[in-house]
Design a protein around this ligand. Structure first.
Ligand SMILES: Cc1ncc(COP(=O)(O)O)c(C=O)c1O
Length: 411
């Protein structure tokens, strides 16, 4: 019956995967640029640790294994000078549920969400009953918010509590912030007494090995979220963490643990044991991460160079595995083909060429912005570590980009 239930659609990232599967079932080739899933396997030592830990069938504490929390704290200190007390780490089945629970811990809040940003922030904030303040950005601003955007947003405030969600390197844009940009945002966040949730799940995949944690610029009130889903290629293992700030209000921490206990109980025990191997020694893990970055950087630059040369405007990625191409230069031609929204753009591209992208409307954009997210993950991990070659090892990337360019060139 209408009106009884909360209105919430299936996440559009999962939806594109389903649509692509339908085409595959009809024996049609699909180039999978829609779903952001890393093609890399977790390191062998981590796989072995998971295999050997299947007998660990017990529940752990809500907060997570204490030795693992110590490893994570030391790992991140070495990786990007992030300081977190192991007692202030929460481990959960994925960072998504932690993001949601942080929002759920507030009674009423204004949640500042950049646009574009990851598909789930706004639905989560809505489910938690909060007031969303959208922070718009432009291609020229590299899809980044700044202090001015935030000040503008504060004029729409309705509640005492303010939460700003940051995500870099970003999904859907693959872009990060400079140190000065982070300092400026931290300054305004502090002056407004905002809680900042800094989603740094792609931090280890910064293409220049230079990820800066927001908590270094605003240690007073930043919660950092991360996990194994992206840099360790283990999204389906469901492992995430939140790093709380030093003097977190005891009642806030208690609320987070309480909500955790009433929802997920704990992250899977075998996965926590495998995570110990992943986080035990940053230097060992670094080789594995560097190898991925090397490949991702080459592919990301290949994609952005080729799209730009056909006037599909896009910023070269700085981290993660996404780019956010803007097709608006071709607007008239697309309009003549009956394409006026990003949804239609992606639908027609998928049907006519088999290339799956995600529409910008899924990331908070108005329907008529002809922008889409491309996840450059449709390649296989090369057998020989140092022999990666785009032409040989990622034929679907080459084919997919060529198909987009030819499709847009069609009059
Ligand atoms: C920006 C961003 N944050 C959070 C998540 C959720 O990750 P997890 O697998 O840790 O729940 C994703 C996954 O796609 C993401 O892209």
């Amino acid at each position: 019956m209408k009106g009884l239930y909360k209105e919430i659609e299936e996440s559009q990232t999962l939806l594109i995967n389903t649509q692509s599967k339908l085409l595959i079932d009809q024996n049609k080739k699909v180039i999978k640029f829609g779903f952001g899933q890393s093609p890399f396997l977790p390191p062998k030592s981590v796989l072995k640790a998971l295999k050997e830990s299947v007998k660990h069938k017990e529940y752990t504490s809500v907060q997570g294994d204490s030795e693992l929390r110590e490893f994570m704290s030391a790992f991140h200190k070495q990786h990007n000078s992030l300081e977190v007390d192991p007692n202030n780490i929460l481990i959960a089945p994925g960072s998504k549920i932690l993001l949601f629970n942080i929002l759920m811990a507030f009674k009423n809040a204004d949640v500042f969400i950049p646009s574009p940003s990851w598909v789930s922030y706004a639905p989560q904030a809505r489910l938690a009953g909060h007031h969303i303040i959208k922070l718009n950005t432009t291609f020229e601003e590299r899809w980044r918010i700044n202090s001015k955007t935030i000040v503008e947003g504060t004029k729409l405030k309705k509640h005492e509590a303010s939460i700003l969600i940051l995500n870099y390197p970003g999904n859907p844009d693959g872009l990060t912030y400079s140190e000065q940009e982070l300092i400026d945002i931290a300054q305004i966040a502090k002056s407004q007494n905002m809680l900042v949730i800094s989603d740094e799940i792609y931090g280890l995949l910064n293409h220049n090995h230079s990820h800066l944690s927001f908590s270094n610029y605003y240690p007073e009130k930043t919660i950092t979220t991360t996990g194994l889903s992206k840099w360790c290629g283990a999204g389906g293992w469901r492992f995430g963490a939140a790093f709380l700030y030093k003097n977190i209000e005891p009642e806030f921490k208690q609320a987070l643990i309480g909500i955790g206990s009433e929802t997920y109980s704990c992250a899977a025990a075998p996965v926590q044991i495998a995570a110990k191997t992943a986080y035990k020694n940053f230097n060992e893990t670094k080789d594995y991460v560097d190898y991925q970055i090397d490949i991702l950087k080459k592919i990301g630059n290949y994609c952005s160079d080729h799209l730009n040369s056909e006037k599909i405007k896009v910023h070269a990625p700085q981290g993660g595995f996404y780019i956010f191409p803007d097709f608006s230069f071709h607007k008239e031609k697309l309009n003549l083909r009956g394409i006026t929204t990003s949804h239609q753009l992606c639908e027609r591209l998928l049907i006519e060429t088999g290339v799956a992208l995600l529409p910008a409307s899924a990331f908070g954009f108005d329907a008529d912005n002809l922008v889409a997210r491309l996840a450059y993950v449709d390649f296989k991990e090369p057998k020989e570590k140092h022999l990666f070659n785009i032409q040989n090892d990622s034929p679907n990337i080459i084919e997919g980009i060529e198909k987009i360019v030819n499709w847009i060139g069609k009059s």
